[in-house]
Write a protein that binds this ligand. Sequence first.
Ligand code: PLP
Length: 384
Amino acid sequence: MIPYGRQDIDETDIAAVVATLRSDFLTQGPALPDFEASLRASTGAEHCIVMNSATSALHAACLALGAGPKSRVWTSPISFVASANCALYCGAVVDFVDIDADTFNMSVAALSDKLASARHAGTLPDIVIPVHMAGRSCDMQAIAELARIYGFKIIEDASHAIGGAYRGTAVGGCRFSEITVFSFHPVKIVTTGEGGAALTNDPDLAEAMIKLRSHGITRAPELLVRQDEGPWAYEQQLLGFNYRMTDIQAALGTSQMARLPMFIDRRRRLAERYDALLADLPLVLPGRDENADSSWHLYIVRVGTDPARRRKIFDALRAAGIGVNVHYMPIYRQPFYEALGFASGYCPQAEQYYAGAISIPMFATLTDQDQDRVVAALERAMAP
Ligand SMILES: *Cc1c(COP(=O)(O)O)cnc(C)c1O
């Protein structure tokens, strides 16, 4: 089976992990700040807080921005459930903004309309979480302009988008947001096994997320409330978690970051090759955006809007050994979210997208030959 996504682990990665295993620190050692430095260098963000998953980073980001039981958080329905769950962890109310039919990202027009109605109803959001679907940045400049008008904070869920760029700067630099989150799950572009990161240019948010990562505890002498307890002193100042990443994972992350440009380059070439090889099939291929340079986490084709036809093509591809997938069923159609009161049909563009989407294999170690196999299987699956 050719999977839809796969990690790229080489001998330098393995050597980096082994060196950490032989070192004094398996966690809370020097590998963690090294990994954070490499993420700051590659994004231009001033602060980076690496955690044990993007889910943890999203939760800490929401809390750092003050999310609580009276808050409202809006996100995109076409995302992994973690983009919405993070708000519920804080006791906040979550809602969904429909997507743009061409980019699969949160629609700026839909957001703008929903904000105008929410202002009348007195239900404006405190936080909006745009998701850079498949690695292509949302229209952050337009969303940031709406944030200025309506007074919400922005967390970019860039789990798909490390290595991507928007308007000439790296995704993660937080030029148009308070916080950006990355995931290092093995299907993502850079992996640490499990892992995530929150990036920000705001020192207070950084300090809050550092505390939240480790039980709400600080040891920094200048942050202690009581100054005279003794050299052993640490203080728990808020209720945090154990969201720490191990040094074993961080060492893998730093080693992977050295190859990020190569990963992106290979994914871009594969995307261009798919574009050319699939041009004559009756498919809607991923579009291009002059402002957003995709990291190509996923290559999503759409086979129309008939779910039965999508199912037939999907099954034929799986039967041919092509590990296709679907990203994603609208989050609000999950049983858990339906139990909260959401019903199918809530975001029509998201539903239409979902009915016809198939993610075909896209990862740095996919060979041209295997890509040709995917294309041939797709041609056969689509034959009338
Ligand atoms: C993978 C993913 C997450 C969660 O990442 P983890 O590191 O597995 O917690 C969140 N949002 C999106 C869009 C993702 O793809």
